[in-house]
Write a protein that binds this ligand. Structure first.
Ligand SMILES: Nc1nc2c(ncn2[C@@H]2O[C@H](COP(=O)(O)OP(=O)(O)OP(=O)(O)O)[C@@H](O)[C@H]2O)c(=O)[nH]1
Length: 249
């Protein structure tokens, strides 16, 4: 089993002039990403980190990616993104990934209805067994395939159709997800950035102490982009455009 640790976008608390910034608040969080094989987990992470998309499928065993989200000049979230395998071969070792997780992303492909069923029957139960209280974000991947003629025709042969937004929203409610979000790693960098940053903010909101939150809330650059409603409750409201692909339950 290969487990590699990829260090990217890491920054320390030095300012651009090289001085250590005493105002900098850093919060660390661990986000574990699960879901059926080939549903799009690795592509999601790689699009966020490397801002590219690879058509070629390469199965994952376990990977971790460390990256920093600079929410404002004085607040940053150091994320550890854990990419897992959806294969049953790893069912007995995947649970090791859940230790100390702050948030779980359960992914499925909107072009594969079974993968959404498995979000309930397989992934939500596995996650709840190991992470009974951590927030869950449900992520519908590959939205570009919803209108892809070949995908629609293939699903029609199986007497089914791509998963639509409202269907997925019901599933999100059913599994008690905090947020439902849709992405296309192929076509939309924005959708990918939004879901990862919402996950980071939700995790950090649970960890930020009350003394830190006023400083955090004052950051105008942050407020322009996303808005927190209650740090302890990890509730995030996206600006209007982002809300099209992201629903808070
Ligand atoms: N059209 C389209 N294809 C995608 C998208 N995301 C991923 N894919 C493709 O789907 C295949 C599987 O993607 P991965 O990201 O490797 O899937 P995974 O969930 O990490 O798979 P496992 O490692 O087996 O658990 C690859 O061929 C990707 O190029 C997307 O947004 N749109």
């Amino acid at each position: 089993m290969v487990c590699k640790n990829v260090e990217v976008r890491t920054l320390d608390s030095m300012g651009s002039d090289g001085e250590r910034n005493p105002q900098m608040t850093s919060v660390k969080c661990k986000i574990v990403i699960v879901g059926d094989s080939e549903c799009g987990k690795t592509s999601l992470i790689q699009r966020y980190i490397k801002e590219n998309f690879n058509e070629v499928y390469s199965p994952t065993a376990f990977d971790t990616y460390n990256t920093t989200y600079h929410v404002s000049e004085t607040y940053r979230i150091q994320m550890s993104l854990w990419d897992t395998s959806g294969s049953h071969r790893y069912d007995s070792v995947r649970p090791l990934s859940y230790a100390d997780a702050d948030l779980i992303m359960i992914c499925f492909s909107v072009a594969e209805p079974d993968s959404m069923d498995h979000a309930i029957s397989r992934w939500s139960s596995e996650v709840r067994e190991h992470c009974p209280k951590q927030p869950i974000i449900l992520v519908g991947c590959k939205t570009d395939l919803r209108t892809d003629a070949a995908t629609v025709a293939e699903l029609a042969k199986r007497r089914t159709t791509p998963i639509m937004y409202d269907q997925a929203l019901k599933t999100a409610k059913q599994i008690g997800a905090l947020v439902y979000s849709e992405i296309s790693s192929k076509d939309s960098q924005r959708s990918v950035n939004d879901v990862i940053e919402v996950a980071a903010l939700s995790s950090a909101g649970n960890k930020t102490t009350p003394e830190q939150s006023p400083t955090f809330r004052r950051q105008r650059s942050f407020m322009r982009r996303k808005r927190f409603n209650g740090m302890g409750e990890a509730t995030v409201q996206l600006r209007k455009e982002a809300a099209k692909s992201c629903s808070i339950m």
